[in-house]
Write a protein that binds this ligand. Structure first.
Ligand code: GLU
Length: 275
C-alpha cells in the first residue's frame, strides 16, 4: 500500500514551506488511497522542544490534515537506531571520529589535493584510538565511504527512483563520510530516517528539493542495512514574494501567526505558489 510521510523537527514553528510540503504529501496519500504518516524527528534534545511539537500538531490540524496514531517520536526509539549502528559497525563500515567541528573544517580546507567539499577521513591508529578512548574523549561514528564501496563492489548498481524522472544513479560520495552517530546524541539524521522509513513501511518519500542530496546518502544506507528502497518525490521549494525560499532561520512568518491573524487554511492554499 502507498505510504508517505511528513517528518518535521520540532526545533521551531512551522512556516509556509512546511505547510506546502505537508499538503503535498497528504494530497499524494489521498490520491493513492494510501497512508499518511506524521513523524516527529526530535533526536536533537538540545534544540527540540515539546511546545514546538504541540504547535506542529495544531498547525497540521488547522491545515485539515489527519494522520495515523500513535505518532512516532524518534527520541523514544533510540534503541532501533543503536541496533542499526551496531550492525554497520560490526560489518566494519564505521569509524570513530574524535575531531571537533573546527578540526573537521580545518582538515577539509587543508586536504592535499585542494579543499575537500565533503569530509573524508579514516580510522585512527589503534593505539592512538585506545589512548583517546581511555581518556574518555567523546567521538562520533562516521560511515566510511571506502569500506561501503568495498562492501557493495562500488556504487555502480546503486540507484533510486525519482517520481517523474525515472531511475537516478545514487552518488553517496556527495555526502562524504557522513556522521551516523553524533557525539552528543548518539544517533544522527540520516540513520534515523532510513530506519524509520523502513519500519513505518514508507513506499514514497515526499519532501523538498533541499533534501535531494540526502537521498543519495540514504540510499546507500538502505543498501548496507538491507532495507527496502522507497521511491522519492522531491518537490519544488515554495518561495515568498521576494523570490526567496521560506526558512526557519530567516524568521519566515509562522503558520501559528497566520492563524492568529485570522487567516484560514483555505486562504493559505489559494496564495500564489501553492497551487
Ligand atoms: N526532519 C527533517 C526536517 O525537518 C526532514 C527529514 C526528511 O523529510 O527526510 O528538515
Amino acid at each position: 500500500m502507498f505510504a508517505t510521510r511528513f517528518a518535521p523537527s520540532p526545533t521551531g514553528l512551522l512556516h509556509r514551506g512546511h505547510a506546502f510540503s505537508a499538503l503535498t504529501a497528504y494530497a499524494a496519500a489521498r490520491e493513492a488511497q494510501g497512508r499518511f504518516v506524521l513523524r516527529i524527528e526530535d533526536i536533537d534534545a538540545t534544540r527540540c522542544r515539546p511546545e514546538f511539537e504541540a504547535a506542529i500538531l495544531q498547525d497540521l490540524a488547522w491545515l485539515g490534515l489527519s494522520w495515523e496514531t500513535p505518532v512516532r517520536r524518534q527520541s523514544e526509539h533510540l534503541d532501533d537506531y543503536q541496533a542499526a549502528l551496531s550492525r554497520l559497525e560490526s560489518d566494519g563500515l564505521l569509524y570513530r571520529c574524535f575531531r571537533t567541528r573546527r578540526e573537521v573544517s580545518e582538515a577539509m580546507a587543508s586536504a592535499p589535493h585542494g579543499a575537500m567539499e565533503v569530509f573524508r577521513g579514516r580510522p585512527l591508529e589503534a593505539d592512538e584510538e585506545a589512548r583517546r578512548l581511555a581518556a574518555g574523549e567523546p567521538f562520533a561514528w562516521r560511515l566510511s565511504l571506502d569500506a561501503a564501496a568495498r562492501a557493495l563492489g562500488g556504487f555502480g548498481n546503486l540507484s533510486f527512483v525519482e517520481d517523474g524522472e525515472g531511475t537516478i544513479p545514487a552518488r553517496p560520495e556527495l555526502g562524504g563520510d557522513v556522521v551516523l552517530a553524533r557525539k552528543d546524541v548518539g544517533v544522527a539524521y540520516h540513520l534515523a530516517v532510513v530506519v524509520d522509513d523502513a519500519l513505518q513501511g514508507i513506499t514514497c518519500v515526499i519532501r523538498g528539493r533541499d533534501l535531494f542530496e540526502a537521498t543519495h546518502v540514504q540510499r546507500l544506507l538502505q543498501a548496507l542495512l538491507g532495507l527496502p528502497a522507497p521511491a522519492y518525490r522531491h518537490h519544488r521549494l515554495l518561495t515568498g514574494p521576494d523570490g526567496r525560499r521560506y526558512a526557519k532561520r530567516d524568521r519566515s512568518e509562522t503558520l501559528a501567526s497566520l492563524r492568529q491573524r485570522g487567516m484560514s487554511a483555505a486562504e493559505l492554499r489559494e496564495e500564489p505558489g501553492f497551487g
